[in-house]
Design a protein. Structure first.
Ligand code: PGD
Length: 755
């Protein structure tokens, strides 16, 4: 048995490579298991430690050659003291705040070999590091919700699937509930339930409305009514729905008075008393492209049924991404169904397999990260700003902070040259520090931009314990494959460095990997009061924590008695107007939800030059950038490039045909991609998912199709500073002549080629 972020499985080397079988208890296993075929090969693997030639010969320092230089193979016995010396120098000269250890990334499932915990524990034992807060997934949504409902409950404790399957009559899904995202879960998922629960609701008679520029953001079998909204305009549509509820006396005044504060301010904005603009259906239709009559009709349907309003995380991964979350919640509050089974609001159903599964109570086996005495972490998506603007001030959630002076970057278990925006700018940022260290099993673009590259094992090459907060099982993750080349576990690498730096005891506590697994298991068993012992668990392969998700209704207790169970907001109520947020004085996130025009959308002046709205969403064929060269991901490529989807009319207007290699571009950059014509897209919209390995040519054009050369590196607002990678304006044209080869999976100059 083994586990991954996209499912549990068994695997064994066979005649035709790795034979992978999904966990038998999973009714709906993820097709992403189809990428594991490459795990048994050395393709794109880092076979041994490497050091960048310029760094080795000229010493640490800012260097624009990063990402273009060649690598020198090293032995472990030489590279460990070399890196230890550099860490000692940086800590001694600049202090721990100069070391950036945010190290954002999904790494692999597994509670002990959790790469981010390992690097944090290691850097913590050296005296600390500058960290990062929040995630690229949900930066804006979670911070906003803390102010509005005092917690992230609509994300972490939304109403669970069994309740929705039984009670919801109308699902109004802003951004849909994309089946592709529901197949992954951070930490693992042994039983995929999203599709089954939605199917059950549909069989019972529930209806679905999909609000998205992309039709397949909701499974076809749900037979949804599709409102192909203009990208980035959901807030305008929500405001108009709210306007109709208010105008037609359908808003639940009793609910708004008893459970909310600030509806009067929202009302004044809706009807135009605040800014002279009524947020009427006619107004919204001009913005969002949904006809006014459909908005009227939908508002009445919502008021007449048990309605769940859902907003995907993708909505908030955009400029002013706080607004659709706040307004979606306000809309659900006006319907008065928060706290009622099957009604109300949820943020991120379908974003991960775990959302809606309910949480398992109690602790999970967890590697302690140790202490980090360095305060003031940066907002996670502001890493390029931090590297480019040391000492400069920035705003974040009501605070004025200063970027630290970062000298050394340590990344383990993430791929910033996949996940960050405006990769050309990120390249400039990565030229600034004195040293960049990356551990990765693969030659990702981030590894190529490092000075010291240390080869980690892949999950199948080590034993671990799998568990996730929203899952049913604890999984014994058995080692299945021998290690590739000279790869080592991150733990072993850090243990060797810790030994060299004189902090071995603090880091390892004297344990081997096996002793750690037993220790974490025993600690968990005692605190969770479980009867199993480690050996029995290891041979059984799993422990069941529960049979089914619990029945849970978001805000049920609060609804039953708001005085006895107040929210952790200043008022104890849902804050439709937040005097705290208003007090920050941010015009990009004022005190109640508003429609703010992003700089890049189809109604912006910039659309005259770049008339297509790019949706750079999470991919259907891999987890982020992981195993992009695996069979399932590779099969989706068009002439070796990432597929870009476009409406056939938009393609015809440009003289483009299915299968063409096209150039997608704007002022920030360009990439090549393979055209797929599809009526699943609204006209004027193109979709290019993230995760194709960045493959820049000499001019910085990504010849493979990474959309983050096109996206803008700017925060959602000064409130949350979240990632805005979901959207950008672009133009598309045919690539003239023979496109250059994709070299993203080949080793960089100086490194050996795996097979
Ligand atoms: P992954 O591809 O999962 O992407 O960004 P993230 O950096 O998490 O990277 C994980 C890396 O860890 C891989 O290179 C993998 O090989 C490596 N790895 C796996 N196991 C191990 C291990 O045991 N040890 C070590 N050392 N390394 C390991 C994802 C991020 O991208 C996320 S979460 C989101 S939601 C964002 N979404 C978007 C978006 O919607 N649009 C755009 N434009 N950009 C986005 N970026 C964000």
């Amino acid at each position: 048995m083994h586990s991954s972020h996209f499912g549990a499985f068994t695997a064994a080397p066979g005649d035709d490579g790795l034979e992978v079988r999904p966990y038998a208890g999973d009714a709906d296993p993820s097709p992403l298991l189809g990428n594991l075929d490459v795990a048994a090969t050395g393709r794109a693997r880092v076979d041994r430690p490497y050091v960048r030639r310029g760094w080795l010969e000229d010493g640490p320092g800012p260097d624009p050659r990063r990402g273009r230089d060649e690598f020198v193979p090293m032995d472990w016995q030489d590279v460990v003291p070399l890196l230890a010396r550099e860490l000692r120098r940086v800590y001694a000269t600049h202090g721990p705040a100069a070391v950036f250890g945010g190290s954002y990334g999904w790494g692999s499932a597994g509670r002990f070999h959790h790469a981010q915990s390992q690097v944090h524990r290691f850097l913590g034992s050296l005296g600390g590091y500058t960290g990062s807060v929040e995630t690229y997934s949900l930066g804006a949504g979670r911070i906003l919700l803390q102010h509005v409902v005092g917690s992230d409950a609509p994300v972490s404790a939304p109403t669970t699937w069994p309740v929705l399957a039984e009670h919801t009559e109308l699902f109004v899904c802003f951004g849909g509930m994309p089946p592709k995202n529901g197949s992954v879960n951070s930490g693992g998922v042994t039983r995929h339930r999203t599709a089954g629960a939605l199917r059950e609701a549909r069989r019972r008679g529930a209806r679905f409305v999909l609000v998205s520029p992309i039709r397949d953001d909701l499974a076809g079998e749900l037979d949804a009514e599709w409102l192909p909204v203009v990208p980035a305009t959901d807030t305008a549509l929500m405001l108009a729905l709210a306007y109709v509820l208010e105008r037609d006396g359908l808003a639940d005044g009793e609910f708004l008075r008893r459970y909310c504060v600030g509806y009067d301010r929202v009302r004044a904005y809706l009807v135009g008393e605040e800014d002279g603009v009524a947020k009427s259906p006619a107004w919204a239709a001009q913005v969002c492209g949904v006809p006014a009559e459909e908005i009227e009709r939908l508002a009445h349907r919502m008021a007449g049924h048990r309605t769940l309003v859902t907003a995907t995380w993708s909505l908030q991964r955009a400029r002013y991404g706080e607004q659709p979350v706040w307004m979606g919640l306000a809309l659900a509050a006006m319907l008065g169904q928060l706290g009622v089974p099957g009604g109300g609001f949820g943020h991120g159903y379908g974003a991960l397999a775990g959302v809606g599964n309910g949480r398992v109570p109690g602790p999970l086996p967890t590697l302690p990260r140790g202490r980090n005495p360095v305060g003031a972490p940066i907002p996670v998506a502001r890493v390029a700003d931090a590297l480019l603007h040391p000492g400069e001030p920035y705003e974040f959630d009501g605070e004025r902070r200063t970027y630290p002076d970062l000298r050394l970057v340590y990344w383990c278990g993430g791929n910033p040259f996949h996940h960050h925006q405006d990769l050309t700018r990120l390249r400039r940022a990565f030229a600034r520090p004195e040293t960049v260290v990356v551990h990765d099993p693969f030659w990702t673009a981030s590894a190529r931009h490092a000075d010291v590259v240390l080869p980690s094992t892949i999950t199948l090459e080590r034993d671990d314990i799998g568990a996730a907060r929203e899952d049913d099982l604890v999984v014994a993750m058995h080692r299945t494959l021998p290690r590739y080349g000279e790869a080592r576990d991150d733990y072993e690498i850090f243990a060797a460095l810790a030994g060299e730096l004189g902090v071995a005891d603090a880091f390892t506590e004297g344990r081997t990997t096996e002793q750690w697994l037993r220790h974490l298991f025993d600690r968990w068993r005692r605190s969770a009061d479980r009867p199993e012992d480690f050996d029995a668990f290891w041979s059984a392969g799993e422990i069941a924590l529960r049979a089914e998700p619990p029945r849970h209704v978001l805000f049920e207790r609060f609804r039953a008695d708001p005085d006895a169970h107040p929210l952790r907001t200043p008022s104890g109520r849902i804050e439709l107007w937040s005097s705290t947020v208003a007090g920050f004085g941010y015009d990009d996130c004022p005190g109640h939800p508003v429609w703010l025009e992003p700089e890049e959308w189809l109604g912006a002046p910039a659309a005259a030059r770049y008339p297509l709205h790019l949706v750079a969403n999470n991919p259907a064929t891999r987890l982020h950038s992981q195993l992009d060269h695996g069979g399932y991901s590779a099969a989706s490529k068009v002439r070796g490039r990432e597929p870009v989807r476009m409406h056939p009319d938009d393609a015809a207007a440009r003289g483009l045909r299915d299968g063409d290699v096209v150039r997608v571009f704007n002022d920030r950059g360009a990439c090549l991609a393979g055209l797929v014509c599809s009526t699943a897209l609204r006209r004027g919209v193109v979709q290019l998912s993230t995760g194709a390995w960045y493959d820049p040519d000499a001019d910085g054009v990504c010849v493979h199709g990474n959309p983050n050369v096109l996206t803008r590196d700017v925060g959602t607002s000064r409130l949350a500073q979240g990632c805005t990678g979901q959207h950008a304006l672009v133009q598309v044209e045919r690539y003239p002549g023979d496109p250059p080869p994709v070299t993203a999976y080949d080793p960089p100059p100086g490194a050996a080629s795996g097979t």
